[in-house]
Design a protein around this ligand. Structure first.
Ligand code: GTP
Ligand code: MG
Length: 215
């Protein structure tokens, strides 16, 4: 595993920030309902069931702030969570949700796409990828969209607890190679587990840094 790029002081500041109160603000089902905010925000995107809602819960250290479920298609709105009145974490509906009707899939995709394109305060999108699978064909479309819209994004591997460290190192390497030529992608790939807390301190520090806030 690569060494943490954050010093102890930064990690501690990240811990402090996300130990503060986090609250559910609202869920937007349509682009017109997206709130106007002056605070910086980061969004969590990715395939359905990849662990977006669970990762938000892990970051804020709460079990059920965002609703997670084994059933794909759990999150159906763009959900806004506020941390300490300083920033928003945004939970997006997942894509690649096989059981949904075509109309429903389109609706979610459009909502997610419109959100990602039109948020002046969006500091970074985190594109979540299951560590067991790595980048797949289905992830290319959102990456293309983010590159075209010039939205800064970073890949976060999820469910790292499900594979061995040596395998994880390989997936990180392959994923980093996969985003190398993508103009809006951050070159560093983060690995996390909402189950064990692995990588969460680093993700907190990273969110704190891109949102330019201090606890
Ligand atoms: N082992 C393990 N399971 C996880 C982890 N993160 C999420 N899960 C499980 O994966 C399933 C899906 O998690 P969610 O957080 O609801 O996924 P989501 O991406 O928000 O899904 P949608 O809302 O449908 O788009 C749940 O059963 C979680 O408990 C993890 O780090 N490790
Ligand atoms: Mg969800």
């Amino acid at each position: 595993m690569t060494e943490s790029p954050y010093d102890d002081e930064t990690l501690e500041a990240g811990r402090l920030l996300f130990a503060r109160a986090a609250t559910f603000v609202m869920g937007a089902a349509k682009v017109e309902q997206l709130p106007d905010t002056s605070q910086p925000e980061v969004a969590f995107a990715g395939r359905s069931n990849v662990g977006k809602s669970s990762l938000i819960n892990a970051v804020v250290g709460m079990k059920a702030l965002a609703r997670a479920s084994n059933e794909p298609g759990r999150t159906r709105e763009v959900n806004f969570f506020n941390v300490n009145g300083q920033l928003h974490l945004v939970d997006l509906p997942g894509y690649g949700w096989a059981k949904a009707s075509k109309v429903t899939v389109k609706k979610f995709q459009n909502l997610g796409r419109d959100y990602l394109r039109g948020r002046p305060n969006l500091k970074r999108a985190y594109l979540l990828i299951d560590a067991r699978h790595g980048l797949k064909e289905v992830d290319k479309e959102p990456m293309d969209a983010l590159d075209v819209a010039a939205v800064s994004y970073q890949i976060v591997l999820t469910k790292a607890d499900k594979i061995k460290p040596a395998e994880l190192a390989k997936v990180i390497e392959a994923t980093q190679a996969g985003v190398k030529k993508r103009p809006a992608a951050h070159p560093l790939v983060l690995a996390t587990s909402s189950e064990t807390g692995f990588g969460i301190a680093e993700l907190r520090a990273e969110i704190m840094r891109v949102c330019e806030v201090t606890p």
